[in-house]
Design a protein around this ligand. Structure first.
Ligand code: NAP
Length: 466
C-alpha cells in the first residue's frame, strides 16, 4: 500500500505546500541495509556524575565494538571510561556538526535536582541531531531502586524520553533502556538495535534488560545455525519477518493456512526455508509444529504472527466474528505454547515473540474482539515471562505491538480512518512490515537473553494508548 501524501511531501513543491498549510511533514526514514555500519554518523556520549560506572563501561564496550566516531560531553572522567574500553573519544566542545546518536547514562541520578544533568547534556545539542537520529537514555528499573529519591528520578526519565520523541521530529527516535544492576553485559544487543536504522519506526519505548545468558555473536549473522518458525508467513508482516530472520542467518519454517500454500512456497523458496501448511487453530497444531521442529533439532524461536481482524461495532458483531478472532489471535498461541512447553520442543535459550497491537493497548472503535485478543496476548507474555524466568532454561518471551503498518490488513481500512491512523504518530507516517520484522529479529536473537516480558510498540510513537 503506497503512501501517496508521504511521497508527495518528499518533493520540493510538496514540502512547501505542506509547510504553508501546516500539514504533517513525514521524513523518509533511514532503514537498515545489510553491510552498512550500525551507526551511520557520530555519537555523543555523556553520563550523570557518580561512583557507579558499570553502565557507562558497558556502553563504552558497545561503542568500541562498533568502531563508532565518538564525542564526549562533560568532564575527563567520561573520557577515561571510554578510553578504558579502547574508544578514542573527541571532546564535543566546539563541535558544530550534527550527531546521529546521543546516548546518556542516567544511572547515577538519585535525586530530583540531579535530573538537571540530563538537561545539561541534551539542551545544547537539541538541534544538533541528524535526520533519523537516535536519542537513548539508559537507567535503572525504578521498581528495583531501594530509595525514594532514586526511584522517582529513574522513573522521571520516562517523561523526558517520551517528550523528546514527540519534539525532535525528522525521523528521530527516543528510547529509555532500564538495565538491572549486575546485568550490564546484557545491554549489547538492545543498545545496538536502538542505535541502528533497524529501529526506524520504534520510538518512545521503555525496555527492561535483566538477567540472561550472555553469548558470543557474529553480529553480521546473529541467528546463524538457528531454526525459527514464523506463523502467517505467506505475506505482510510475517513474510517480512521470514525474510529478515533468514537474512540474519536462521533457517525459517514458514507456516500459513493451506489455502496460502503457493505464496508460502514462494517465500520459503526465496529464503532457503521450509514450509508448514497448517491452520494454527487445529487441535493438532502443536504436534504438527513439533514434528517440523524435530526434523531440525528443535526450535530456537517461534514467532506467533498470524492474526486476523473481523471489525464490527459490538452491537453488530455476530458470535462467529468474536469467536474466530479470539481463537486465532489468542487461544491458538496459548495452546501451541502449552504443547511446546509440555513436550520440550523449544531448545535452551529459545525465543518466543508474539504479535500484539496498539489496539490491545488503547482499544479501538469496531475492534472489541481484536483489542480483547491483542490485550490478552500481552497478559500471556507477562505471565509466561515469569514462568520462564523461574524455570531458568534461558527461554524468553516478548511481544511486538505494531501500530499502523502498511499491509493488506490496513489497506482495507476506509480512507479517512486510514489517513488518520497513518499520521497520528511522531513520525507522521505508517510503518513498514520490515520495521516489525527488524524488532522481532532483535527479540529473537540469541544475544537478547536479558530481554524478557517486554511489550515493544512498533508504532512511530502513536498517540493511541500512549
Ligand atoms: P495479513 O497480511 O492479513 O497476514 C496474516 C497472515 O496470517 C495471512 O497469510 C493469514 O492467512 C494468516 N493466518 C490467518 N489465520 C491463520 C490461521 N488460523 N492459521 C495460520 N495462518 C493464519 O496480516 P498482517 O497485517 O501482516 O498482520 C500480521 C500480524 O500483525 C497480525 O497478528 C496482526 O494482528 C498484527 N498487526 C498488524 C498491524 C498492521 O497494521 N498491519 C497492526 C497491528 C498488529 P489468510 O489469508 O487466511 O488470512
Amino acid at each position: 500500500m503506497s503512501d501517496r501524501y508521504g511521497e508527495f511531501v518528499q518533493s520540493p513543491l510538496g514540502k512547501k505546500v505542506a509547510k504553508n498549510l501546516g500539514l504533517p511533514l513525514p521524513t523518509k526514514l533511514d532503514r537498515f541495509e545489510p553491510g552498512e555500519k550500525v551507526v551511520r554518523g557520530s555519537v555523543l556520549f555523556g553520563s550523570a556524575s557518580g561512583d557507579d560506572s558499570r553502565l557507562s563501561d558497558a556502553i563504552a564496550q558497545v561503542l568500541n565494538s562498533l568502531h563508532a566516531d565518538v564525542y564526549v560531553a562533560g568532564d575527563d572522567a567520561h573520557k577515561d571510561v571510554l578510553s578504558g574500553a579502547g574508544v578514542e573519544a573527541k571532546d564535543s566542545e566546539g563541535h558544530t556538526e550534527k550527531y546521529k546518536v546521543l546516548v546518556f547514562d542516567a544511572s547515577n541520578i538519585a535525586h530530583a535536582p540531579d535530573l538537571k544533568e540530563m538537561y545539561d547534556f541534551f539542551h545544547p545539542v537539541a538541534r544538533q541531531v541528524e535526520k533519523s537520529g537516535r536519542v537513548i537514555i539508559i537507567g535503572r528499573p525504578p521498581e528495583e531502586c531501594d530509595r525514594i529519591g532514586k526511584t522517582l528520578s529513574q522513573r522521571a526519565l520516562e517523561g523526558f524520553v517520551k517528550s523528546v520523541g514527540k519534539e525532535f521530529k525528522n525521523g528521530i527516535t527516543a528510547q529509555l533502556i532500564y538495565v538491572s544492576e549486575g546485568e550490564e553485559a546484557n545491554l549489547d544487543s538492545t543498545l545496538r538495535f536502538f542505535m541502528s536504522a533497524r529501529s526506524a519506526y520504534v520510538s518512545g519505548q521503555v525496555v527492561r534488560v535483566g538477567a540472561g545468558s550472555v553469548v558470543d555473536v557474529d553480529w553480521s549473522k546473529p541467528l546463524a545455525g538457528k531454526t525459527v518458525l514464523v506463523t502467517g508467513a505467506s505475506r505482510g508482516i510475517g513474510e517480512s519477518m521470514s525474510r529478515v530472520l533468514a537474512r540474519d542467518g536462521a533457517h525459517v519454517i514458514c507456516l500459513d493456512v493451506p489455502q496460502q500454500q503457493a505464496d508460502l512456497q514462494k517465500v520459503a523458496g526465496e529464503i532457503g526455508g521450509s514450509t508448514l501448511a497448517l491452520d494454527i487453530t487445529a487441535d493438532d497444531a502443536g504436534e504438527k509444529i513439533a514434528e517440523a521442529a524435530a526434523k531440525r533439532n528443535g526450535l530456537d524461536a517461534i514467532i506467533h504472527n498470524a492474526g486476523i481482524t473481523r471489525d464490527k461495532t459490538l452491537a453488530k458483531m455476530d458470535d462467529k466474528q468474536w469467536d474466530m478472532v479470539i481463537n486465532i489471535n489468542l487461544q491458538s498461541i496459548a495452546m501451541i505454547n502449552d504443547y511446546l512447553f509440555d513436550n520440550d520442543v523449544l531448545n535452551e535459550n529459545a525465543r518466543i515473540v508474539c504479535v500484539s497491537s496498539i489496539s490491545g493497548i488503547a482499544g479501538n472503535l469496531g475492534q472489541t474482539n481484536y483489542a480483547t485478543s491483542k490485550a490478552g496476548v500481552i497478559g500471556l507474555v507477562q505471565a509466561t515471562a515469569k514462568k520462564l524466568k523461574a524455570e531458568g532454561r534461558g527461554i524468553t518471551i516478548n511481544a511486538v505491538a505494531p501500530g499502523f503498518i502498511e499491509t493488506q490488513m490496513t489497506a482495507a481500512i476506509p480512507l479517512t480512518i486510514r489517513e488518520a491512523g497513518r499520521r497520528m504518530n511522531s513520525m507522521s507516517q505508517g510503518g513498514l512490515p520490515i520495521d516489525v520484522a527488524e524488532t522481532t529479529a532483535w527479540l529473537a536473537a540469541p544475544a537478547s537473553g536479558g530481554v524478557n516480558g517486554n511489550i515493544v510498540r512498533v508504532c512511530g510513537q502513536s498517540l493511541l494508548g500512549a
